[in-house]
Design a protein around this ligand. Structure first.
Ligand code: ADP
Ligand code: MG
Length: 697
């Protein structure tokens, strides 16, 4: 491997390249735009574009593309070459400021949720200069926002950028009221931990369900699963390690600071975490990370599964979205410091998050919803569907003090003694970890653990930014008017703790007792994506998004439509794939097996020797009974699919049919097929098994 320090960022038009290649005045103007959000003049854009093109061409690029994030959840690109013909039949390479700033991809085939009629195909992409351009496959990629002819957001990036502005504005008001005169911007930061599965490409190719839906729709529990807990942090196998090294290298070239890699809980499951950065860039980087992982896996004859639940019965994958707020002068606003009880600024920002999460739990839950995540959230696995906050002993104690008057002490952290003199004494953290909380305070940031592994992290972050901005704006209103600042701060903290302490829970989030307790506390427990979508059109949520200019009512409603449409299509594809595999692969295979059993019985009978044929006959009976049941369930699922197909009500009602009829029938059908898998001769079974897939890399 080449030297890490040399390759890091070598594919990125980053600050040092800009400094090197742009005239001083242009560099300054561009920096001002990036840092202060001022608009960029066409002349400056022309100079930047030309420098970008020269740099890209020197590094082997022939094309450029606006790189954007439509509401499909993945990224989109359309490549144009730099060539421009000259009168003498040759070409020169050109790239103008206009081409850099604005693109006009035909938008008609991207989801818009009614924001744009299909005949109004215009969509625009607009350069987001706060996220650096980069090189990929011979193209200069320019991160852009994507909007409709009327300026409505058709993507994930636009609301994210808007929400970052909103949070900065309100947080600054609070800081000013507290006497801070130096901070110019408050920035939200994110470090997403990405979980994924790696399986052999040959296994993937042999499974239509993985190809069409990203998850296995059939598969009996293997003899060994994750019960020995021997995979988590285990030694990384050589083939996987080679893959990980190459992923790291590719990511480093793209300026993505891939930092941590390890085996996860389930067999064949792994994780990659970068060092945190500005939310917008972290979001772009996470999209690229997923793309790079998929691409590099293929080079190793592996397939990278990003689905939330590729395998039933073993852990699914998520993304832990580590989130914090920091000032442009380097202060993490969620850093408690040595004596958090005296740190009014920290307590205000902490309580703002607590109130926001409690007040808008439904919206936050929605931001982590997709069809794949329905298999995880609330399904006795990784975070429950109920949002609660883990604070740990120290902060919980301080909040309890605040509830009864000003806090006067912080439980201190101690030294950890291991009992072996040669080992160093370790400083002990003020609180232990809690792995079952969906929203956990982890020292100087919150870790939102519900986020789906395959999804963009834009939605959860623009939601978080906006709801926290809303609470901060209320706090700022009060602080700005306060005659006795300290007293007002105490009152605010006290009120927030009193009204929102119900969201704090430090116990086991996976337990049944918690479900009952949460219900008593009045916390929402929204079990499915379909039900979660309602929060997108709830009045209080429409109002908060509108107030902070993050998403208009129309934009929210369009997202509601798109979510449902996407869910419905996903389940429909899963159902059709289930039927295809059941009818064309599993049924024929079990019939062949039954025939071979019958043949064996006949052949043995024909010898005239009297032997005990009960094994064959019992097996044949069992197989035939299950086969006939499977056949009936195929018919039942077909009926449910047809009902959904012919349904003429609205998208929400259709979603309920998909969730509670089609999806349920799929599961019932699967039960028979999975039982058959365990008794049919493996030579006959048409699909690689869980054992094959999970233990063969
Ligand atoms: P864990 O022990 O939770 O698995 P990891 O080290 O895998 O922790 O990941 C923690 C993530 O949190 C990293 O991406 C790290 O960069 C990120 N992080 C640390 N500090 C902050 C912060 N202030 N804001 C956002 N993310 C942060
Ligand atoms: Mg981790």
């Amino acid at each position: 491997m080449s030297k890490v320090t040399e390759i890091f960022g070598s594919y990125v038009f980053n600050d040092s390249v800009m400094k090197d290649r742009l005239p001083k005045a242009t560099y300054k103007a561009l920096k001002k735009t990036i840092q202060e959000g001022t608009s960029l003049s066409p002349e400056v854009a022309d100079v930047v574009a030309s420098a970008m093109k020269d740099w890209a061409v020197e590094n082997g690029a022939t094309h450029f593309t606006h790189w954007f994030q439509p509401l499909t959840g993945i990224t989109a690109e359309k490549h144009d070459s730099f060539i421009s013909p000259t009168s003498d039949g040759k070409v020169i390479l050109e790239f103008s400021g206009k081409e850099l700033i604005k693109g006009e991809p035909d938008a008609s085939s991207f989801p818009s949720g009614g924001l744009r009629a299909t005949f109004e195909a215009r969509g625009y992409t607009a350069w987001d200069c706060t996220s650096p351009a980069f090189l990929k496959d011979g193209s200069l990629c320019i991160p852009t926002a994507f909007c409709s002819y009327n300026g409505e957001a058709l993507d994930k990036k636009t609301p994210l950028l808007r929400s970052m502005e909103a949070l900065s504005k309100q947080a600054l008001r609070v800081l000013r009221a507290l006497g801070n005169t130096t901070t110019q911007r408050v920035i939200t930061t994110v470090g997403p931990e990405q979980e994924y599965f790696l399986i052999d490409k040959k296994m993937y190719d042999a499974r239509k369900d993985l190809i069409f839906t990203g998850r296995t729709l059939f598969g009996a529990k293997p003899s060994k699963g994750q019960e020995l807990e021997d995979h988590y942090f285990g030694t990384i196998k050589e083939r996987v390690s080679e893959f990980m090294k190459e992923v790291d290298e590719e990511l480093w070239k793209l300026g993505i600071s891939a930092k941590t890699k390890h085996n996860e809980v389930a067999p064949a499951q792994h994780e990659l975490a970068p060092i945190f950065t500005t939310t917008n860039i972290a979001t772009d980087h996470n999209q690229l990370t997923m793309e790079v992982m998929k691409k590099v896996a293929l080079r190793h004859d592996l397939y990278c599964l990003l689905h939330e639940k590729p395998f039933a019965g073993v852990n699914g994958s998520g993304k832990h979205n580590n989130w914090s707020m920091g000032t442009d002068d380097g202060v993490n606003l969620l850093e408690p410091g040595k004596s958090p009880h005296e740190n009014q600024q920290f307590l205000l920002f902490l309580c703002a998050v607590i109130e926001a999460v409690d007040e808008y739990a439904d919206l936050l839950r929605m931001s982590a919803a997709n069809a794949g995540n329905d298999h995880r959230l609330g399904a006795n696995e990784a975070p429950p569907a109920i949002i609660s906050i883990f604070l740990g002993d120290q902060l919980t104690d301080i909040l309890e003090q605040i509830e009864n008057g000003p806090a006067t002490s912080s439980k201190s952290s101690s030294k950890l003694t291991i009992g072996v003199n040669t080992l160093p004494a370790l400083p002990k953290d003020a609180t232990d970890r809690n792995r079952t909380s969906p929203f956990a305070f982890t020292g100087n940031k919150f870790e939102f653990r519900m986020v789906p592994s395959s999804a963009s992290i834009a939605a959860c972050n623009f939601t978080l930014n906006t709801i926290v901005a809303e609470v901060l704006s209320g706090i700022a209103d009060r602080l700005e008017k306060a005659s006795d600042l300290d007293a007002e701060i105490q009152t605010i903290l006290n009120e927030i703790v009193k009204s929102h302490k119900r969201i704090i829970f430090n116990g086991n989030g996976y337990s049944d007792e918690w479900v009952a307790e949460a219900e008593k506390r009045g916390l929402p427990n929204i079990k499915s994506t379909v039900e979660a979508t309602k929060s997108l059109i709830a009045e209080k949520n429409l109002a908060v998004m509108e107030k902070h200019g993050v998403l208009s009512r129309v934009e929210m409603e369009s997202r509601y439509e798109i979510m449902l449409e996407n869910y419905n299509k996903t389940i429909n594809i899963e159902a059709l794939t289930t039927l295809e595999i059941a009818k064309r692969q599993i049924l024929p295979a079990v019939i062949k097996f039954a025939t071979s059993l019958a043949g064996s019985i006949n052949t043995i009978n024909a010898t005239g020797i009297s032997v005990d044929l009960s094994a064959q006959t019992e097996l044949l009976t069992e197989v035939s009974t299950l086969t006939s049941s499977l056949k009936k369930k195929i018919a039942v699922l077909e009926e449910a699919v047809a009902k959904a197909d012919n349904f003429e009500g609205d998208a929400y009602e259709l979603g309920m049919i998909y969730r509670f009829e089609v999806f349920e029938k799929m599961n019932e059908l699967r039960e028979d097929a999975d039982k058959l898998e365990t008794i049919v001769d493996s030579e006959f079974w048409p699909l690689p098994t869980y054992g094959d897939m999970l233990f063969n890399v």
